[in-house]
Design a binder for this molecule. Sequence first.
Ligand SMILES: O=C(O)CCC(=O)C(=O)O
Length: 303
Amino acid sequence: MQEIQLGTSEQQAKAGSRTTRLSEAQLSDALSAMREDGIVCVKGAVATDLIAVLNEKMQADLDNRTPSRKVNAWNSLRPPPFHPYLYEEIVYNDAATAICRGLLGARATLTTYGANTSWPGQSEPQNVHRDVPDGIITEVCPAVVLNYPLTQFTVENGATLVYPESHRTSVAEAGGTRKYSEAMLAKQARARQPEQTVGIGPGDLIVRDLRLWHGGMPNVSDERRIMLALVVIDPDYTDADETGFKGFEAEQGSDDFWRNPRLETSVEFVPAGDRSYYQHGHHSTPPTALYRDWQMRKGSSKT
Ligand SMILES: O=C(O)CCC(=O)C(=O)O
């Protein structure tokens, strides 16, 4: 996985400020990596103190409420979509938004604000999968996920296994399931060796093409390892690989935050109330305009 360094902490301290923008050359490298490998890591993209605040809050949420892990053992609760936990530096991160717009176009739209957790005691690896299950392979990227690790990723806590270049491999053989045969996995590994996202940590950003094969690994540590997962789509993409991630809930009162010239957002605002609306493991599917349009095109409507 190609890593792009935004500036070491020593360099930043010397300059008296943090560098948050990719240079033109770095952006070009990041976009090439996305096209060729389907994944890129930007080191030092976010101030670590913000990540620490979110980790503390999200770990506390998980202490209070455990999401069902029946369907997906890597389920997490969503990050709190209300102030004071909303950070422009994360949601509208300079490096992330530049890469998204370069790859997906000026209408790149944030459609999930979620997370995954690798849980201690998880002894089996996750089925290797894509986040868009099936469909054709084209040169055009339909969507990406922005992963922000909240803690250091290690072999012990189950750093994600990724298959660089697999975003260009058809999985039609798997028939829309997460069951890739040993033969499929071996063939892909021969084309390009899979690797674990070990060595990334708080402050880093991974951008991954939603078609890239990946899976969580066993967690033999005693810690919950959380990563934020923000899906950004090209809303005009309607080929077979179109994603069903079409929007998420955020709290009334945070409306201004979700309007930003760098990235469109697909948000349904909900009253604050008991705030249980965000403490779910599964992806939300509120009836946003993008969701309704998708349902209409599929010829069915949300019940
Ligand atoms: O957290 C991880 O390592 C991967 C989780 C994942 O890919 C998923 O739940 O779909």
